[in-house]
Write a protein that binds this ligand. Sequence first.
Ligand SMILES: [Zn+2]
Length: 156
Amino acid sequence: MRLARDVNKKDFSRKDIARLKAKIAIRQSGCWEYVGSVDKIDGYGNFYINGRKFRTHRVMFAYYKRDIPAKKIICHKCDNRRCCNPDHLFIGTSNDNYLDALKKGRIKIKLKSKKAWAVRRIVAVAREISEKKLRGSIYDDLRAAIVEYDRYTGNI
Ligand SMILES: [Zn+2]
């Protein structure tokens, strides 16, 4: 993941925001979906202001919530990368985003080591339990993660 630059409210005018909002469609899900061009690699919306390329969700977060320091990333609660609804966004580190992606099963990593992946998965599920965000089949998830770990490490 690329290290993100800082984004500040002062980087854009009300006019820039109006231009951006003209390319946003509000969906029934509550997502404010950017319908302009998205990055071919990561799927986030691209938007140019004064010749500088911004990510649409970062612009909206900085404008409506608060400035984004360098290296901080903006994560989606809704998992919709085109979404720019400030209420669907939260500020975090790339670690938070990684764990979030892992927990939601969204991650697509190139596996260098299946064992390392299995450990990370167990850690993520354990972390979720420790945060008491207990939902439905969380214990089944943990059991499945342990089974995967055992398989990769040869304990089965
Ligand atoms: Zn959304």
